[in-house]
Design a protein around this ligand. Structure first.
Ligand SMILES: [Zn+2]
Length: 152
């Protein structure tokens, strides 16, 4: 997927602002290219280790995306105490919701000063495959091999 550098930074900022709770949001655009980020409120009762997107935020985002001719390229959320890999719950939720088209982007804050951002696809069978993130406006990096810094 293609992600502008400023939106990568915005996603990391959102994650740090919500820490120690998990944040969540949407990356919108066309095809596999992201052009807009929408923060979504995490309404799960256990926000430190789970997330659940506010239904009204989601509905509004869907309407606006339709109006602008955009799709949900990716869903992102943060892991404040665990690695940037979809948890069993994340995989189960993806399969059950039928949301297997969007990328799943994880921001791990295990090292607060060095957030790690990774993207995945989760199939309807629950298979997880890591995807390449091409950062626009910067040299592309293979997720996991280069760690984006927040204050560069
Ligand atoms: Zn998760």
């Amino acid at each position: 997927m293609k992600l502008p550098k400023n939106l990568l930074a915005e996603m990391i900022t959102h994650s740090l602002e919500q820490d120690p709770e998990e944040c969540c949001g949407l990356l919108l655009g066309n095809g596999d290219e992201v052009s807009r980020l929408i923060r979504v409120q995490n309404v799960h009762e256990d926000r430190v280790s789970r997330f659940s997107m506010a239904p009204l935020d989601l509905l509004e985002a869907e309407r606006e995306a339709d109006r602008r001719g955009e799709i949900f390229v990716a869903i992102y959320h943060s892991h404040t105490y665990s690695q940037g890999y979809p948890s069993d719950t994340d995989i189960r939720n993806a399969v059950q919701s039928g949301w297997t088209d969007p990328y799943y982007v994880l921001v791990s804050l295990v090292e607060k000063t060095r957030p790690v951002v990774r993207a995945y696809r989760i199939s309807s069978a629950g298979d997880v495959a890591e995807q390449f993130i091409s950062v626009l406006g910067a040299g592309g990096y293979t997720s996991g091999t280069t760690r984006p810094r927040v204050n560069e």
